[in-house]
Design a protein around this ligand. Structure first.
Ligand code: ADP
Ligand code: MG
Length: 718
């Protein structure tokens, strides 16, 4: 929004310009302006931009126009497109054509069909909000997110972004709480602006999000030869290749031609959908890539993020590739995450986290900054829990992703200013100066005032925060809902303190004194969460312990925090989730964890028994026969006999450990939280032990007998 020319509904200018090059598949503002009567268009914009209630008469006209546009573009069906609590998107297609009663066909799409749908809610997870027989649920048109056409190989479907609620009015999706959290933050942010007298003409404050997506690409034929990848998107067995990422020669390397062809097609489809994708490059691990869009208002960014993931998956097979979005498809190789860049902006286009030139004099910025720092400190446990999942457990804390300890990186310039505030009136802003490259033909580069830190989970990066611990498969809706809510709470607190300190209509001097006093106090209380050093180091873990920062090592610990009363009340207080809506989300997260690991354990046992064991036994037989033949030829085969003995021992251990996983995975507890605890305590370690032996076998069994494509083929085939 701080970029000139941006609009709030995600129909960003780049997309509208782009449509003259790539064509457009969104019912964009340009299309609406051309097709809708002027009055209808204006009324709709009031709904989109100002949140005015939707006029039913307007809905009928918009629906008719949308239908014509869709049919002209080849659509035969329409669907309400929504994000239930599965973490994915859902759609149920209805034909746009209907019998006309005279043996012919009419194309019909009414305002009420546009505005409201009624999918059967009983088959979506509700986490106890609804019993199976309580089926009624509604989808409601979200006019602020543009309708789009989904193009399949021989089909086009009109998709209408919607919110999904139960008949009781409780949110059954990820979008409604996200929108509510923005509203909560907006109200509190406006209070702060009012204190500074900068609220003139500002109706709302939005949060802005740009999420960078990492993913792997592998050959699709190989993918189908790995049941573990097919069922759980991660390899459950697989010995490390001799060449991993030690050379770090993949990062930003030349993009392989087949991959580049895939990327171009995926990007073209995304442009057509109005998703402003901007960057693409090779990531650190072999076979790993990244795609990043420009930032947008958070609920649009969240819709678009889902479309990015779906488009990567949909387009890859056309190039014989399979896109893996899992957080850790390959052990011993870097996993994938999603960097969630986040800021706050007024609807007049002011980025509230932009420090500007003389940052030390920019008190309003410092208030928003310090309120965010306080939010992250007070609610570190909740923020950590917002990104907990079975898959993300493989990544957080390993030296490739931020640790599970939440801390903030500020950089030299801001740390220095906060230190100055601690002492009184800040007097200076450290500047970066320029970088002289020592060669006359090269330009002088303006330099940032501090270096970057890529080990921090929550880093200030110039004019936004980057939350780096989000998992690559996760929907960004929930982590952003949490972020918005905790910052709303913190702004509420800080605004209250400021209002008390400065009163109404303060003089500039009183305002400055009041603000400095509040800042000083809040910084003192919460600076323990700021850490500019190496988050991967052991010293930091010890230091964080001394500072009393929470360290929730895995998802099961994080789920425990979510269940705490303090957090449930926070969401209730700010109108984001009522108690049962909140409980349902926790229930679903835990259930998903249990199911995911259950599937993995079962798949592991099946691969062990039906693929690895037969291969190992065949290898054993061949070896034994070779030894017998050698002996029969009159040559002693002593060391081969010893090697065979060791191999037989390995196979026997493999059997024992397979049985162990099988037994532990048969456990059941009606309470999913207890079941999850058993998994973390017993099943997961048993799976690690089984894998160890499986990978040891891979290293010695004849390559031609090994039933699974190796890491080497998976990762280095371009
Ligand atoms: P990196 O160097 O980490 O790859 P970039 O500087 O390229 O990051 O930006 C990453 C993302 O941050 C992009 O999606 C960009 O649009 C987004 N971004 C930039 N400004 C803001 C902002 N004010 N609010 C939210 N996201 C932003
Ligand atoms: Mg980044």
């Amino acid at each position: 929004m701080s970029t000139p020319g941006r609009t709030l509904d995600g129909a960003v200018i780049p997309a509208e310009r782009i449509d003259t090059i790539f064509g457009s598949d969104i019912f964009s503002r340009t299309v609406m302006r051309q097709r809708l009567p002027k009055e209808v268009y204006r009324s709709l914009l009031r709904t989109i931009d100002q949140g005015d209630p939707l006029d039913p008469a307007v809905a009928d006209v918009v629906a008719a126009s949308m239908k014509d546009w869709a049919i002209e573009n080849g659509a035969s069906h329409y669907t309400h497109w929504f994000q239930p609590l599965t973490g994915q998107t859902a759609e149920k297609h209805d034909s746009l054509a209907a019998p006309d009663g005279n043996g012919g066909v009419v194309f019909n799409f009414s305002g009420s069909e546009l505005v409201q749908g009624e999918p059967d809610a009983s088959s979506f997870p509700s986490g106890g909000l609804r019993a199976t027989f309580e089926a009624r649920g509604y989808t409601a048109w979200d006019a602020t997110s543009p309708a789009f056409l989904m193009r399949g190989d021989n089909n086009v479907t009109l998709c209408i972004p919607t919110a999904f609620v139960s008949w009781t009015g409780e949110a059954l999706d990820t979008k409604i709480p996200l929108l509510r959290s923005v509203e909560a933050l907006s109200q509190q942010a406006l209070r702060v602006l009012k204190i500074f007298g900068t609220d003139k003409g500002v109706r709302r404050v939005y949060t802005t999000v740009g999420a960078e997506q990492e993913y792997f690409l592998i050959d699709r034929d190989l993918y189908y030869k790995r049941p573990d990848l097919v069922t759980s998107e991660r390899t459950l067995f697989g010995a490390k290749p001799p060449k991993g990422q030690q050379l770090e020669d993949h990062y930003f390397g030349t993009i392989p031609p087949r991959v580049l062809a895939f990327m171009s097609e995926a990007e073209t489809e995304l442009y057509r959908l109005g998703v402003p994708v901007k960057t693409r490059h090779n990531e650190v691990a072999p076979g790993q890539y990244e795609i990043a869009p420009l930032f947008e208002p958070s609920h649009i960014a969240s819709d678009h993020q889902m479309q990015i993931m779906e488009t990567l998956k949909r387009v890859a097979p056309r190039y014989g590739l399979q896109a893996l979005l899992h957080e850790k498809p390959f052990a011993g190789v870097n996993g994938s995450g999603k960097h969630n860049n986040w800021s706050m902006s007024t609807d007049t286009g002011v980025n509230l986290l932009d420090p500007q030139d003389d940052t030390h004099t920019n008190m309003q910025f410092l208030v928003f900054l310090v309120a965010t720092i306080r939010a992250v400190d007070v609610h570190a446990d909740l923020l950590r829990a917002s990104i907990a999942s079975a898959a993300n457990d493989h990544r957080l804390g390993a030296n490739e992703a931020p640790p599970a300890i939440i801390s903030i990186f500020l950089g030299k310039m801001l740390s220095d200013i906060l230190e100055q505030v601690g002492k009184g009136l800040p007097k200076r802003t450290i500047r970066g100066g320029t970088l002289d490259l020592g060669a006359k033909t090269l330009p002088q580069l303006p330099r940032h005032s501090g270096d970057r830190n890529r080990t921090s989970p929550f880093a200030f990066t110039g004019n936004k925060f980057e939350f780096r611990a989000v998992g690559s498969t996760a929907s960004i809706a929930w982590p952003n809902t949490v972020l918005n809510t905790i910052v709303a709470e913190s702004l509420d607190y800080v605004a209250g303190e400021l209002e008390r300190a400065v009163g109404s209509n303060p003089s500039p001097a009183r305002l400055l004194q009041g603000v400095l006093g509040v800042l000083k106090r809040v910084i003192k209380e919460h600076k323990r969460v700021i850490f500019d050093g190496d988050n991967y180091s052991e010293e930091w873990h010890a230091e964080a312990g001394r500072r009393g920062l929470p360290n929730l090592k895995d998802s099961v610990q994080a789920f425990g925090v979510l269940r705490g009363k303090k957090n449930a009340e926070l969401f209730k207080k700010y109108g984001v989730l009522n108690r049962s809506e909140y409980d349902s989300r926790i229930h679903i997260a835990i259930e998903k964890y249990v199911k995911q690991l259950g599937i993995e354990a079962e798949t592991m046992v099946s691969i062990a028994k039906s693929q690895i064991l037969p291969a190992a036994l065949e290898h054993q037989r061949r070896t034994a026969e070779a030894i017998a033949a050698t002996k029969a030829a009159g040559v002693a085969a002593d060391d081969s006999t010893q090697a065979l003995r060791e191999f037989v021992e390995l196979v026997s251990q493999f059997r024992t450990r397979t049985a162990e996983v099988e037994k532990l995975s048969a456990y059941h507890d009606a309470d999913p939280a207890k079941h999850a605890a058993q998994i973390a305590r017993e099943l997961k370690p048993a799976m690690v032990r089984l894998r160890e032996i499986g990978d040891a076998l891979e290293a010695v069994v004849a390559a031609e007998l090994w039933p699974l494509p190796s890491y080497r083929t998976l990762l280095f085939l371009k």
